[in-house]
Design a binder for this molecule. Structure first.
Ligand SMILES: [Zn+2]
Length: 220
């Protein structure tokens, strides 16, 4: 795996919306220009994400923002890249559990984002100094993991800073060293993330408990 240092900081042009909602101020960060090469679909037992190189870089940057911005909601409106009318197409949101945001309020919050303020973020990629083999990582306690939940055609990755750091390091590994993530049996580079809520590997509200992220260089 390519070592990650501050020199490898990812760059992401963002729009930041500060919204008064439910009696408190919420900050939602989304890409200024969504990369076209990211799609996310829900299948019966797995969440399947396909990314090209540019999309993967944006995904890694968003994941890093989730690590370092615990008071922000990170929003990737991925359905813009697909036919929104098809069942199973999903947006993606990174949400810190400490915000205690009720997912039923997401549609209303999303409708109030407006254009937001432009900002260029340069988060450092998540590093995993204490995990010897992140591929074997399977959280057994939700406080250390990332829970998969869904509402309003959106996948919510709900977690802690440590949870996003661990899962983000896996996504970052696919970005930094796709050859190391190459699976000969299926002839593509990918990583698999498990849901941290239960050992059975299922998410909340029927959400699949596995997120498969596949690099497809020719996606766009
Ligand atoms: Zn795969």
């Amino acid at each position: 795996m390519t070592p990650m240092t501050d020199d490898t900081a990812l760059s992401l042009q963002t729009r930041i919306s500060n919204v008064r909602h439910g009696g408190r101020d919420l900050r939602v960060i989304r890409p200024c220009h969504l990369a076209p090469g990211i799609v996310l679909r829900s299948r019966p037992k797995v969440l399947h994400m396909e990314v090209d190189r540019v999309g993967l870089e944006q995904l890694a940057a968003a994941w890093s923002l989730a690590v370092f911005s615990p008071r922000s909601i990170i929003f990737l409106p991925l359905r813009q890249n697909t036919d929104r009318s098809r069942a199973g197409e999903l947006d993606l949101v990174f949400l810190h559990s400490s915000l205690q945001f009720r997912l039923a309020q997401w549609t209303q919050l999303r409708s109030r984002l407006g254009t937001g303020d432009l900002h260029t973020a340069k988060p450092a990629p998540p590093v995993l100094p204490t995990e010897p083999d992140p591929e074997r990582w399977r959280p057994r306690q939700s406080r250390n993991g990332v829970v998969f939940d869904s509402a309003a055609q959106t996948l919510f990755l709900v977690g802690t800073r440590d949870g996003f750091r661990v899962t983000g390091s896996l996504a970052g590994r696919l970005h930094a060293d796709p050859e190391a993530c190459f699976d000969q049996s299926v002839r593509h580079s990918c990583v698999m993330l498990g849901c941290g809520r239960r050992r059975s590997g299922t998410g909340r509200h029927g959400t699949p408990g596995i997120l498969h992220i596949q690099l497809t260089p020719t996606l766009t």
